[in-house]
Design a protein around this ligand. Sequence first.
Ligand SMILES: NC(=O)c1ccc[n+]([C@@H]2O[C@H](COP(=O)([O-])OP(=O)(O)OC[C@H]3O[C@@H](n4cnc5c(N)ncnc54)[C@H](O)[C@@H]3O)[C@@H](O)[C@H]2O)c1
Length: 438
Amino acid sequence: MNVSRISIVGLGKLGLCIATVLAHRGYKVIGVDIDDKKVEEINKGRSPIYEPKLDRLLRMNRKRLRAVTDYGEAISNTGVTFVVVPTPSDPDGSFSSKYVVEAMSEIGKVLSTKRNYHLVALNSTVMPGSMDTIVRPTLEEYSGRRTGKNLGLCYNPEFIALGDVINGLLRPDFVLIGESDERAGNLLSSIYKKVCTNNPPIERTNFINAEIAKIAINSFITMKITFANTLAEICERVPKANVDEVTRILGKDSRIGPRYLRGGLGYGGPCFPRDNIAFVRFAESIGGQAELAMTTHRVNTVQPERIVRMIEEVTKSNNKKIGILGLSYKPNTPVIDESQSLHLAMELRRKGYEVHVYDPLALENAKNVLKDSVVYERSKEECVRNCDIIVIATPWTEFKTINGKGKVIVDCWRILDKNSVAKGSVTYIPLGVNEADR
Ligand SMILES: NC(=O)c1ccc[n+]([C@@H]2O[C@H](COP(=O)([O-])OP(=O)(O)OC[C@H]3O[C@@H](n4cnc5c(N)ncnc54)[C@H](O)[C@@H]3O)[C@@H](O)[C@H]2O)c1
């Protein structure tokens, strides 16, 4: 077994970051992806995706990381394999294991020709129960091996946030390992002990507990975010109330904690919305109910309508031009999956408003969805200049300062530096703050 050499199957937003961080911490890494263009870019030392710090780290560690399209080359030259392929949501909201099965069968075929012990760790998010009913049987069938003998299998989901993935991998709150047997768990733990710089707790358990914990954590966080958004809506209606004051106090209670408690627009992205829905589907599949999660989803879905109602109250007609600043689901990423800003743009268009949009990184991605229904601006300045009402929808740092003289500014995250606008020159509407306290 060669544990100083690791292969990564799937070099996407998460997989490439894992591969790069492993190389950075001294492992020899071979990445496999079915996308040959991606493989070519990576081998030139360039990242095909945007993630802060990734490009520099990839260049720095080129000698220890190479990418291939051939499973044989990657699996036969390594002793450990991480699998990070997509698990897209099916129409009913549960995750598809299609690509995981493809990857496990390819890995299994190579393992059937090898003799040494091999560890396979699955990082993709799967439905609870999948490890025992789908993943393990596929790997065992194609490899001709049994887990616990010369094959180890772990479920090793990640809790990273896009825009901060490198940091999240190097310094996680904790590492979660669902293991087929002790040897597999020991080996994966030893890798994390070498890779993480903060000596995090390593939580080891069986497959099913790790699978439930993964989606339960994300479902819980969506509930926390939604609670803060509900507080924002309440504070707006109560004289002198301010959601930031209220959540700051809530966060002091150690039973609650301050993170993900900032009233604003709803949550989005490639994980939170679908993990929460998958949690609901999982509960239903075993004859249970996850009503809190379902309600969270419903409340989150109507957040853009709340902003539209605010705009309607100030404009009284729909012949005003609305500028949306920020299209990515959060700052520092071009990712627009389930972005609340996009839903807001679509809702405003439905109401007949002319919508202009600007984002530092996500404009190209947004064009694939919004097509020619909106006007794409080249800078925040142009967007502000050409519109009557400005909505700061994603809290990018550059939106803290805006020359919005004579405009209405709806600040969903209360980030505007009030010193940068002359007092009285704008109509300022921060979410979650009562008019008497603005
Ligand atoms: N992105 C995140 O923030 C995040 C966080 C936690 C968990 N996850 C989970 O990680 C998994 C991957 O997510 P992602 O965002 O990195 O996806 P992604 O779509 O960005 O990347 C997936 C990569 O896998 C490749 N691929 C697909 N099928 C393959 C196969 N059979 N063999 C080899 N490569 C193959 C694709 O070409 C692509 O490069 C998903 O299950 C997701 O839920 C993602």
